[in-house]
Design a protein around this ligand. Structure first.
Ligand code: NIG
Ligand code: FE
Length: 393
């Protein structure tokens, strides 16, 4: 694979305190060397060692690739009509999930795979180098396994979300669906998934139901994540803390005591402001979480219902403009925060030995991500040291 030297980096964000200043480990006029897909060196541009190939960043900023730790990338169809209705005042109540289930069940595996790959290519082009992908739009044993197989061909961060909604054929037999989830569906899905998630909300599953599903998943060796407190104070935050979840996602309604609990238990709060944008609902209180000492992650929640968004820079812009996060807090949450939510220490940072997943920006500082919303400023995206997206210089 060989080595690559990047010089003339106007602003380098490493997220490693030993390599630069502050929590984001920042250096100016910097250089970075990649060897065999890993970060091998970072320092002053003038000291950059020679390598097999070189990249001149021409004063552009370099940041770690984005870690999008919450997506529902494998689905068929769209729900633009629901978006239009919401903009006219109809609230989101989760009911549309079953429309996507119907479309997804009817779709061929090839078409699901192609659509997911196109969305992933959009993500790569804006700087995402690690992505988590959930199932949850089939809700049958074989169908959830089919979605997970598609997801597993795209990423190692695969999440089983059988507890996303009760499918129509079980509408009058909820307890039976719960038994399917904790029995045959978990058994069929566990071999190909790293994580289990559950939608903990009155419109989906109760705390008790989510506890049953996630406890069974944990016993099967899976890591735990929770969709919690999206539409109300659902108890998902407390459940995530009780079960030792890696992350509780949404946290749109989180109390001060909930925030303290997350800090105490080391559960990451993954904020999804594009979902609030697309459902026109109040944003999560990021400041409360950060001030309580919670590790915050930012992710797209890419799905056809609440957030048909693939761009992490857009999410960063929302976090800065609407959640009162600083540019550096938002950048950290979209990279190292996402890595923490996935219990990964090899991505989300540009420390020596980490995967060389990075973005060279067409801008002198990372603050341009929020400052210039709507345009992609990713010039070159490297994943494991190899270009996965670049645009004409
Ligand atoms: O994260 N909240 C549950 N799941 C998705 C939305 C799913 C849908 O509406 O299709 C979310 O917002
Ligand atoms: Fe989600």
């Amino acid at each position: 694979m060989g080595s690559v030297a990047i010089s003339n980096i106007g602003e380098l964000t490493t997220n490693d305190r030993t390599l630069g200043e502050g929590a984001v480990g920042r250096r100016h006029v910097a250089g970075l060397v990649i060897d065999d897909g890993l970060v091998a060196w970072a320092g002053a541009s003038a000291d950059t060692p020679a390598a097999d190939t070189s990249i001149d960043a021409e004063g552009g900023a370099v940041i770690p690739g984005f870690v999008d730790s919450h997506t529902h990338l494998v689905f068929a169809g769209d729900r633009a009509d629901e978006f239009e209705a919401r903009m006219a005042g109809v609230p989101y109540d989760g009911g549309g999930i079953l429309r996507t289930v119907e479309a997804t069940r009817a779709a061929s595996t090839g078409s699901l795979d192609r659509a997911a790959r196109r969305r992933l290519a959009e993500m790569r082009a804006t700087g995402t180098t690690t992505v988590e992908i959930k199932s949850g739009y089939d809700l049958s044993v074989a169908g959830e396994r089919r979605l997970l197989d598609v997801a597993a061909s795209l990423t190692e961060e695969v999440t089983w979300l059988g507890a996303h909604a009760v499918p129509p054929e079980f509408a009058a037999r909820r307890d039976e669906y719960l038994r399917l989830l904790t029995g045959p569906m978990l058994e069929g899905c566990a071999p190909v998934t790293r994580w289990a998630d559950a939608f903990c909300d009155p419109v989906a599953f109760s705390v008790e139901e989510c506890r049953a599903v996630l406890t069974a998943a944990k016993a099967a060796g899976l890591g735990i994540r929770v969709h919690g407190n999206q539409l109300g104070d659902s108890g998902g935050v407390e459940l995530a803390a009780e079960l030792g979840a890696a992350s509780v996602d949404h946290c749109t309604f989180c109390t001060a005591s909930g925030a303290s609990l997350l800090a105490e238990c080391g559960v990451v709060a993954t904020l999804l402001p594009a979902a609030e944008f697309s459902t026109r609902t109040p944003y999560a209180d990021a400041r409360q979480l950060l001030d309580a000492g919670v590790t915050v992650a930012l992710a797209t929640d890419c799905n056809p219902g609440t957030s048909f968004v693939t761009s992490m820079p857009f999410v960063i812009a929302l976090a800065v403009r609407e959640l009162a996060m600083t540019s550096d807090e938002a950048l950290y949450a979209a990279t190292a925060g996402g890595a923490a939510a996935l219990c990964r220490d090899d991505v989300g940072r540009l420390a020596v030995g980490c995967s060389a997943d990075l973005v060279v920006l067409d801008a002198p500082s990372a603050s341009h991500l929020a400052y210039r919303p709507g345009s992609s400023i990713a010039r070159t995206v490297l994943r494991r040291g190899e270009a996965v997206a670049s645009r004409p210089s």
